[in-house]
Design a protein around this ligand. Structure first.
Ligand code: NIG
Length: 402
C-alpha cells in the first residue's frame, strides 16, 4: 500500500542537509518513506492525501519520559508553586502508588499517556522504570514499558528507597535487579544528584550496566553543578539529561565528545545534551542553557520528561515553543532537537535498518514513515501561536495514528 501526501507548503526534513522544501510531496510505502521531492514530480500511489498547504515535519522523538506510574502529586506541585523547592524525595510517593497498582491498571495508565503523546505528534518514545525500586517492581515496570513504548531504560537508580542503606541498594541495582530487568531494556540511567546517587554510586551503576551490554544515559546537573555530565562523557553515555547547571568544563566535555563523529557512518558519537524545558518551568529551575550548548558545538535534544513529579506533560510542541521563546533557539533548531536530536540520543538517527529498526527523527528515503502534519503553513507557527492545538495528522511507521 502506498500513500502520496501532496500539497505540502513546507516540508522540514531535518535530514543531513537540513533541507526545507516548498510545494513538496512525500510517498509512504508500508512503514517507510519511499520518495520525497517537489509535488510536481511526485510518482503515482495507491492513494493520495491532500495536505492542504500545511507544514509536514518528522514526528516528535521523545527521548526522556517516565510513563510507568500510578498516583498523583498535585499537592507537591501546589506546594512548589507556593515557594517550596523540588527535591528527589517525591519519587517515593509515586513509588508507593505504583507498587499498589496491578499490572492491568499500570498498563492501561501508560497506554493512555502514550495515546496522549501520539495525538500531539509524538511518534517515537522512550520511557524509564524507576517507580518500582525493588527487584519485582522494577522488572514489572520494565516488562510493561516494553509493551507500550519503543525504547525502555532501566532506572532502578532513581532513589534509595526508605529504610535501605544506599550502598546495599546500589548493590541490588547493580546485581539481582539488573539481571531481572535485562530482558526488557536497552538502556540504563542513574539519577546522579544530591539526594539521589552520589558520584561513586553512580559510577558503580554505570559500570555494571555497561558491562551488562546496556547503552547508558544519565540524569545530571539538574539541581546544581555536579559530576553527572563528567561521568556521562567518561562512560560514553548516549545522553545526559536536564543539564541545568553546567560549568565551562562540562560544556567543553560535551562538545569535545563529538569531535570524532562521522554522521554518515554513525561512528564516534558523543553524548547528547537533553534539555527538558517543561520540567525546568514546573520546578522553577533556570532553563537549561540550550543556546550556549548549541553555540559550543554540542548535539542537543529536547524531550518532555513526562512524569508525575516534575513535568506532567507529554507536549513536545510546548517544549519546542519554550525553547524558541525562552531559550533562544530558532524554530528550525528547536524542531531539530525534538526530532533528529531525540533520535540521536536514542541511537536511532541513521541507517535504513538499524538492529531491525528504521531510522527515525528525519524525513529521508528508507527512514520510518513517522510524520506530523501541522494545522499551519509553516513550523514557525509552533512558536508564533503558542499553546494552540496545531497537530492536524500523524503517521506512525506509515500508519495513520490521528
Ligand atoms: O527527570 N529527576 C529525576 N527524575 C524525574 C523526576 C521524578 C519525580 O520527581 O517523580 C525527572 O525530573
Amino acid at each position: 500500500m502506498s500513500t502520496l501526501i501532496t500539497n505540502i507548503a513546507e516540508l522540514m526534513t531535518q535530514d543531513p542537509e537540513h533541507r526545507v522544501l516548498k510545494n513538496a510531496a512525500v510517498l509512504v510505502e508500508g512503514e517507510r518513506i519511499a520518495w520525497l521531492g517537489q509535488a510536481a514530480d511526485a510518482p503515482a500511489a495507491d492513494e493520495a492525501v491532500d495536505a492542504g498547504g500545511r507544514a509536514l515535519l518528522p514526528g516528535w522523538v521523545d527521548s526522556h519520559t517516565h510513563l510507568i506510574f500510578a498516583g498523583d502529586r498535585t499537592a507537591e506541585f501546589e506546594a512548589r508553586m507556593a515557594g517550596e523547592s523540588y527535591s528527589a524525595g517525591g519519587i517515593a510517593v509515586t513509588t508507593g502508588a505504583t507498587r499498589a497498582t496491578g499490572d492491568f491498571d499500570l498498563t492501561r495508565l501508560a497506554l493512555g499517556r502514550v495515546a496522549e503523546a501520539v495525538s500531539q505528534g509524538t511518534t517515537y518514545l522512550e520511557t524509564k522504570t524507576g517507580y518500582g525500586l525493588d527487584t519485582d517492581n522494577e522488572a514489572r515496570s520494565a516488562r510493561i514499558a516494553s509493551t507500550v513504548v519503543d525504547e525502555v531504560t532501566y532506572l532502578g537508580a532513581h532513589l534509595v528507597p526508605a529504610g535501605m542503606d544506599a550502598e546495599e541498594y546500589t548493590d541490588l541495582v547493580c546485581g539481582p535487579m539488573l539481571s531481572a530487568v535485562r530482558p526488557f531494556v536497552r538502556w540504563a540511567d542513574v539519577f546522579c544528584e544530591r539526594g539521589a546517587f552520589d558520584e561513586d554510586q553512580s559510577r558503580r551503576v554505570l559500570r555494571a550496566c555497561k558491562d551488562a551490554g546496556l547503552g547508558l544515559r544519565v540524569h545530571g546537573n539538574q539541581l546544581g553543578e555536579g559530576p553527572g555530565v563528567r561521568l556521562a562523557v567518561e562512560f560514553g553515555a548516549a545522553s545526559v539529561d536536564h543539564v541545568n547547571y553546567l560549568s565551562a568544563a562540562d560544556v567543553d566535555a560535551l562538545a569535545d565528545s563529538w569531535s570524532g563523529w562521522d554522521s554518515s557512518k554513525g561512528t564516534g558519537r558523543g553524548t547528547v545534551a537533553t534539555c527538558l524545558p517543561a520540567c525546568d518551568l514546573s520546578t522553577r529551575q533556570p532553563l537549561a542553557p540550550g543556546r550556549e550548548l548549541l553555540d559550543a558545538g554540542v548535539q542537543l535534544a529536547l524531550a518532555s520528561n513526562c512524569n508525575p513529579g516534575t513535568s506532567y506533560t507529554s507536549s513536545m510542541a510546548f517544549c519546542v515553543t519554550t525553547a524558541v521563546l525562552q531559550m533562544g533557539l530558532s524554530v528550525h533548531e528547536a524542531v531539530r532537537a525534538a526530532t533528529y536530536g531525540g533520535a540521536l540520543a536514542l541511537g536511532r538517527e541513521s541507517g535504513t535498518d538499524v538492529d531491525g529498526e528504521r531510522a527515525v527523527g528525519s524525513i529521508a528515503v528508507g527512514h520510518r514513515a513517522d510524520l506530523h502534519l501541522l494545522n499551519a503553513p509553516s513550523a514557525t507557527h509552533l512558536a508564533y501561536r503558542p499553546g494552540m492545538p496545531l497537530t492536524h495528522a500523524v503517521w506512525r511507521a506509515g500508519v495513520r495514528a490521528r
